[in-house]
Design a protein around this ligand. Structure first.
Ligand code: OSB
Ligand code: MG
Length: 368
């Protein structure tokens, strides 16, 4: 691969409606779009999915920019690569900062797939032509949640995830379960509980949830193993899994029965695929998590979720779940509960230059 330039676009757009968790509210989404261009003028795109503030992980848009500008782009300038798999080795000298790493790694995967004239899904080993789509309801009112669920089910979504915490769990979930006795429901706690809440969590067993996502601390593996022995509902880990080794340990210790794979959280597609391959071999189902993202990251998620181990509908919803207008063309759409996996080279979606421009806060360019 002969990289000629890297461009960074910092963008910001308001969400259609605020996204509420017990950790805070996301109203405006800031993000980074990375464009990597080769000597032949082909371009690949990636997206930095860190938020403006460090509520979900320690990274932010500003720390991502610092890492990209001062460490990651200079490393790439110094060390030409032949294949995107080499990037994770190159970036090993920099601790964590996984979302910054993934922003550029994913752009290089897209470019690589375009150089091969193959869809990214094919290059990654994907086997599906369409992926099952799920959606997240993030509100603090039962009535609003029920209204949203009704609308999303009419739109065809196959599975609903709701955010829970000790102030909004049993009563909230049982009301949804009463209205929808057979709906596939997941509950995501984003670390709102501790082992002292074991009885609260046990009480959820009767609600027939598909799983409970990240009930305990964001960096915990051990206590989730203790909790999983006490509850019947499968535990799914999100925040706790930031590397292949975390996934391996969580499976070995029995900390979870399901893993949410997010490309940004684990540092790129290479690591995401390693986690997938390991879980697939062990019979641990995985699904693709979401980051309230723009269309570029959404496109990478679609390619990843086409791999055979992604057997549970992920948090990959249509562009119009969050945006009046997304920054890609065409937009991501859900047809009868499925998103078609593109068959054109790379991620299979182009930038909507006009939309990008109207959302632009800053732009930087680096030549190689
Ligand atoms: O915990 O999965 C999460 C959004 C931002 C950060 C963390 C999470 C989420 C979501 C929504 O739950 C994912 C989406 O639909 O984009
Ligand atoms: Mg989560």
């Amino acid at each position: 691969m002969k990289i000629a330039s890297v461009e960074l676009y910092v963008i910001q757009k308001p969400l259609k409606a605020p996204f509420l968790t017990h950790l805070g509210k996301v109203k405006d989404r800031e993000g980074i779009i990375v464009k990597v261009t080769n000597k032949d003028g082909l371009s690949g795109f990636g997206e930095g999915v860190a938020f403006s503030t460090p509520w979900y992980t320690e990274e932010t848009v500003a720390t991502s920019l610092h890492m990209l500008e001062d460490f990651l782009i200079p490393l790439l300038q110094k060390h030409p690569i032949q294949h995107p798999d080499e990037i994770s080795i190159l970036f090993k000298s920099i601790r964590r900062n996984n979302m910054a790493k993934a922003a550029i790694e994913t752009a290089i995967w897209d470019l690589y797939a375009k150089e091969q004239a193959k869809p990214l899904s094919t290059v990654l080993g994907g086997t599906r032509s369409a992926i099952a789509s799920g959606v997240v309801v993030a509100t603090d009112s039962t009535l609003k949640a029920l209204q949203e669920i009704e609308r999303y089910l009419a739109d065809g979504y196959q599975r609903i995830k709701v955010k829970i915490n000790p102030e909004q769990d049993y009563t909230f979930l049982s009301e949804i379960r009463r209205v929808y006795p057979n709906l596939p429901i997941m509950a995501d706690a984003n670390s709102a509980y501790s082992l002292r809440d074991i009885d609260r969590l046990k009480a959820l067993d009767e609600l027939n949830l598909m799983m409970i996502e990240q009930p305990l601390a964001h960096d915990d593996i051990m206590e989730h193993a203790i909790l999983q022995k006490e509850i019947r509902t499968p535990i799914c880990l999100d925040e706790s899994i930031v590397s292949f080794d975390d996934a391996r340990k969580a499976v070995e210790f029995g900390s979870c029965q399901v893993i949410n794979i997010k490309v940004g959280r684990v540092g790129g597609l290479h690591e995401a695929k390693r986690i997938h391959d390991y879980c697939y071999g062990k019979g641990i189902p995985v699904w693709c998590g979401g980051m309230i993202e723009f269309g570029i990251s959404r496109a990478h998620n679609i390619a990843l979720a086409s791999l055979p181990g992604f057997t549970i509908p992920g948090d990959i919803s249509a562009s119009d779940r969050f945006w009046e207008e997304d920054i890609i063309l065409p937009e991501v759409t859900v047809e009868e509960g499925f998103i078609a996996v593109p068959t054109s080279p790379g991620i299979g979606f182009g930038l909507n230059e006009k939309r990008l421009k109207s959302a632009l806060l800053a732009q930087k360019s680096y030549s190689f």
